[in-house]
Design a protein around this ligand. Sequence first.
Ligand code: PMP
Length: 398
Amino acid sequence: MTSAEIIELTDKYVMRTYGRLPLALVRGQGARVWDAEGKEYLDFVAGLAVCSLGHCHPAVVEAIASQARKLMHVSNLYHIEPQAKLAQLLVENSCGDRVFFCNSGAEANEAAIKLARKYGKIHGGQEKYEIITALKSFHGRTLAAITATAQPKYQKGFEPLPAGFKYVPFNDVEALSRAVNPSTCAVLLEPVQGEGGVNVATPEYLKAARELCDRYNALLIFDEVQCGLGRTGKFLAYQHYGVEPDIFTLAKALGGGFPIGAMVAKEKVAVAFSPGDHASTFGGNPLACAAGLAAVGCLLNEGVIENAARVGAYLKDRLLELAGWFSFVKEVRGLGLMLGMELTVEGKEIVSKCQDRGLLINCVDNHILRFIPPLVITRAEVDEAVEILAGVLAEMKQ
Ligand code: PMP
């Protein structure tokens, strides 16, 4: 099919929940993707499309193919080897003790919210159910997840929302200390907010969150769906801070491109769930877990995270260089390969012009360009992307 045909068919039959760009992608390899006409693009939004290892990483492709020939799916009534092994790998490389597998980030956060509520009731009684989240957060699109997502644009029209959520400004220690109280069962935060505009938590903020949770016997939950798994230059973003959560959630990069999510908890918290409390038919299926084992194995053993730290610092320097040239660039921020460029103008036209020239980036909150390339990206690919962006910004200046 041609791009035009794919776009037309999509427009006709697929529900209009996405503001899609006029581009139909049919192939990907490493940091590059190709449209139906064979035009090549450098993919600097791969972090959304979950391909941290680059598109179609051979180890992930091979793991999926060989697992698919053996066993694709069985019920969680039984024991599943790749699921047990992936849980072990995640636990051995984090502060968590036990893993619940699901299929997406929203589901991982739903599971975390349910676990926190159950834990709160067991340890603090019926009234300990309040969950505090941060303004500009994003936690997914299911009903509890949009309620946790403290941005009205995601909630409007879907009321009534589940009760018991409270919002505080991000990185505001004072506001958080005023909000946490004996009814709080959890504080849920992204160490680096993604959809909210690449906002990096300050060390004081996460430390204060940990102390407040300890004081009020509330759980600290980190949503690492976007910032976890190497993206910020550490396996998990919280590892930059020396602050450990009681629960953290993963998805996106976990399956190297294959759908899988996970909620990881400390033992004292995990035991609040009894058999029958939570479940997912496809959660932790052999195929997804085989993909996850390959993806996380490559992340940990092939220098991918170190590359994210190194090349991320380089990309940040290059973006700061651009900030020096163009007065409409207000700020460059982020950690590792999760970077944002805040503009004083709208970013939509820049995104579209970059796309025309073979660079895929996106824009959050109308004016923050986001750069989340595969973690295997090279300096040469960064240079190529920055050259395209610089050309587009120069054109905007005129
Ligand atoms: N949490 C965060 C921090 C996210 O960035 C996202 C997706 N952008 C989600 C949760 C939801 O993940 P999913 O789309 O897999 O449900």
